[in-house]
Design a binder for this molecule. Structure first.
Ligand SMILES: Cc1cc2nc3c(=O)[nH]c(=O)nc-3n(C[C@H](O)[C@H](O)[C@H](O)COP(=O)(O)OP(=O)(O)OC[C@H]3O[C@@H](n4cnc5c(N)ncnc54)[C@H](O)[C@@H]3O)c2cc1C
Length: 556
């Protein structure tokens, strides 16, 4: 008998209120179960509400049918398990996908889409496309776009412009309707409740019976009569956890996409591993494809993910501190490492991911698919994370260096709230030497020598005169860095998706290291492994699957 003192109880306890947790909770509640969702943060939504709302559910959705696109579960399954598809840098998107997990996704993908529609999620009324997803298959377009209607956006605090409310793709349009549906159905949502552990009878051998959580410093235990669903959204924000996959991902990669709305602290994975769970599909998290780690799109802020534009009206702006400067043209800056040295062509790109029409002609499983991709290594990220031979892992801070002319060309305003001066993510000075001397912040573990940055800028200015970057082959360097004031803006790579996590089966049940089901424990989304696809489709579909199966549990 368990000696745990339970303060609350429900049939199903869902941990996390994002793209996985919310569908799981609603499905279970509507099937008759009592459901508690615990959410660590002060508002629902997780990364899903901050997301671009591009939802690649396919397999024959009503939207695909409406626009004459023929898709089927079999075609979706074939696409997402095609061994022959590689990216321009040679990395495969689908080769290491677990067939059982992808088959379940393929079968439940279209039903999940129809279910979202039935629960108030509105999508832009236009043909599915390939915009915004990642690793979603090469045969047909599948991407649909959730629209915000009148809901206020978490990024700005205000609704979208009236003319954009039925066209602008955003995760606000996914998560606010689902929150409303959950509340209407009677799901209990406990905000600021952080799961700290899972309870399992016999420690590592019996059923999962509930969770331990903390609420404003108070500990409590919540009994789950049927099942617990881990929907905690991944581990990319946990430095030690993510370094199991890639030792380079040290602490300076502090601007996780989706933060500071919610973190990906690996708490779900760690709690499940404590009671015996296995991890799965680990290649998918190190393969150089997709958005596991990205080039920043905004500089001078800790949170520089290209597609997340926090603005002062956001209720979390005091945590974000700066909007960042959106870089329209990487010709306008040079990028240097902690020592003030350039390391790669600034216009270099991040990794890509396979979507519709990426390989032409595409024939499933054909040996020529790899040959029909033009080899292009896309190594900006690898160069940025390489370090400089001093025995440390990780590349250290990357700084964008530019001058007053670049500010004018880009129409930037280089002061707060656009840049984060107080926390050390932005510096300004009258000379290049003074600028280098000013760059001091917690991740700058060695000073940038003024003469080093001055030499880098002088050499680059010569490249501009010659029209040739003889160090890194930047296509025709265009602008000298010459007119004061001079600026240094944080431009360090941004950690994003988690694509490896707990081992699950087709029902989203969590599996232990001996291959056995852990009774009463489910998982989906970024905390689950075995599936290389980015984002919302995988998460919503697995939430749907987990909710359905959790409610059907026969508890002895
Ligand atoms: C800026 C941005 C843009 C994106 N755009 C797209 C896009 O356009 N299309 C797409 O397909 N994907 C996109 N994604 C990815 C997509 O948002 C995520 O893959 C998806 O939200 C993952 O769902 P999830 O349920 O696993 O995690 P989340 O949606 O992050 O939800 C996890 C929730 O669990 C909570 N939690 C974590 N630990 C605990 C704990 N211990 N106790 C209680 N609660 C906890 C978190 O606070 C969070 O609310 C984007 C992501 C970001 C950050």
């Amino acid at each position: 008998m368990s000696m745990v003192q339970w303060q609350r109880e429900a049939d199903i306890v869902v941990i996390g209120s994002g793209a996985t947790g919310m569908p799981a909770a609603i499905v279970a509640r509507e099937a008759g179960a009592s459901v508690i969702v615990v959410e660590a943060e002060a508002d629902i939504g997780g990364h899903a509400i901050t997301s671009g709302g591009n939802v690649p559910l396919g397999g024959g959705t009503s939207a695909q049918k409406k626009y004459g696109i023929e898709d089927s579960p079999d075609l979706l399954f074939k696409d997402l398990t095609d061994w022959s598809v590689v990216e321009p840098n040679g990395f495969p998107d689908y080769r290491y996908n677990d067939r059982e997990i992808v088959r379940a996704f393929a079968d439940w993908s279209a039903p999940t889409f129809e279910w979202l529609l039935a629960h108030g999620v509105a999508f832009a009324d236009k043909s599915p496309d390939q915009r915004g997803g990642g690793a979603v298959g090469n045969s047909v377009p599948r991407e649909m776009h959730a629209v915000p209607l009148d809901w206020p956006l978490v990024q700005t605090g205000a609704p979208a412009e009236p003319e954009q409310r039925r066209s602008f793709s955003t995760g606000n349009g996914l998560m606010r309707p689902l929150e409303a549906a959950a509340r209407k159905a009677g799901v209990a949502i406990l905000l600021e409740h952080r799961m700290t552990a899972l309870h399992r009878e016999g420690g590592r051998c019996g059923r999962v019976t509930g969770i331990a959580a903390r609420h404003r410093g108070e500990a409590l235990n919540i009994r789950a009569h049927k099942a617990v669903i881990v929907a905690t959204g991944g581990s990319s924000g946990n430095i030690n956890f993510r370094r199991m996959f890639d030792p380079r991902l040290t602490e300076e990669y502090c601007g996780l996409a989706g933060m500071p709305w919610s973190d990906q602290d690996g708490s779900g994975e760690l709690a499940a591993m404590e009671i015996g769970a296995s991890l799965w599909g680990l290649y998918n998290h190190v393969g150089e494809f997709g958005a596991t780690i990205t080039k920043p799109g905004r500089i001078g802020t800790q949170y520089g993910y290209v597609n997340l534009h926090w603005q002062p009206g956001s209720k979390i702006f005091s945590k974000v501190r700066a909007t960042g400067l959106r870089v329209a043209d990487w010709q306008d800056v040079i990028l240097v490492n902690m020592l003030g040295k350039r390391f790669y062509d600034e216009t270099g790109k991040q990794f890509t991911a396979n979507n519709y029409n990426a390989i032409k002609p595409y024939v499933h499983g054909h040996y020529l698919n790899a040959a029909n991709i033009d080899y292009a290594p896309n190594n900006w990220l690898n160069a940025a994370m390489a370090g400089f031979g001093d025995g440390h892992n990780g590349g250290g801070p990357i700084w964008a260096i530019f001058d007053a002319n670049a500010v004018a060309r880009e129409k930037w305003v280089p002061k707060p709230p656009f840049v984060d001066v107080d926390a050390g993510f932005f510096f300004e000075a009258g000379t290049i030497e003074e600028l280098a001397a000013k760059i001091q912040m917690k991740y700058q573990r060695r000073p940038m020598l003024p003469e080093s940055l001055a030499a880098t800028v002088a050499l680059y200015n010569n490249f501009v005169v010659d029209g040739v970057d003889s160090d890194f082959g930047k296509p025709k360097p265009l602008y000298q860095i010459a007119k004061p004031p001079f600026y240094a803006a944080w431009a360090t790579p941004v950690v994003h998706d988690t694509r490896a996590g707990l081992r699950i089966n087709a029902k989203c049940q969590v599996i232990d290291l001996s291959g056995a089901v852990i009774p009463g424990l489910y998982c989906g989304g970024e905390s689950a492994g075995g599936f290389s696809e980015h984002g919302l489709a995988r998460a919503t579909c697995q939430g749907f699957i987990a909710g359905k199966n959790a409610v059907a549990e026969k508890v002895p």
